[in-house]
Design a protein around this ligand. Sequence first.
Ligand SMILES: Nc1ncnc2c1ncn2[C@@H]1O[C@H](COP(=O)(O)OP(=O)(O)OP(=O)(O)O)[C@@H](O)[C@H]1O
Ligand SMILES: [Mg+2]
Length: 218
Amino acid sequence: MLTVTIISQKGGAGKTTLAIHLAVAACAAGLPTVIVDTDPQATASRWGKWRNGADPDVIDCASHSLLPDKLAALDQAGAAFAVIDTPPAADIMAREACRAASLLLLPCRPRAFDLDAIRTTAELAKASGKPAFVVFMAGPPRAGVLYPEAEGVVRQIGLEVAPVMLPERAAFHHSVAEGKAAGETEPNGKAAADVARLWKWVGKQANVIPRKHASKVA
Ligand SMILES: Nc1ncnc2c1ncn2[C@@H]1O[C@H](COP(=O)(O)OP(=O)(O)OP(=O)(O)O)[C@@H](O)[C@H]1O
Ligand SMILES: [Mg+2]
């Protein structure tokens, strides 16, 4: 089971938005997918309820000590892709979620305060030894020197930047308010295209999309 953990100690960085959109993209590509919501705020779980039973399943796991067993059970039950959404804290839950991951994604707004605040999250990611990438979230879709500068800061911190971002688009917040993802409310929109590119990159990065599914994301 490919397990992608989304971490950022900063509140509102875009963790749940990223988790939901990746999970819906994975479902659309035919992978049995689950979101594991380890955040006591339970945002992803509420979104899951608004979906009235549509995939992906959203599983609560508020206790870090239960996480390994829950993931093992999901794997046994045939899940191919798990996205772990985490609370806004670099605490024991985030550490456990990193330990379980094949790949770490660190959502971050491309802004000075946000970039400064990812240092603690970056330390956690580096300590885990797992492949880790910053994903720029909710920045301007076109922004001249902003992204190269932000990328420079991330590299100084010792992390890589994912080549795909999810910039500020209304579809990312409108869709989730309806218990959907952007690709479900506006399948031909720019947000859907961003997510498709991100999913394709995640699949390649983790090198785990089974051959039979690969054509669906190419
Ligand atoms: N790319 C984007 N375009 C537009 N809005 C976005 C984007 N990414 C995130 N948002 C909005 O930013 C806000 C915070 O996002 P989100 O809830 O995903 O962050 P979070 O890191 O999970 O927050 P928390 O730390 O509280 O769990 C939400 O209102 C969300 O809709
Ligand atoms: Mg959240």
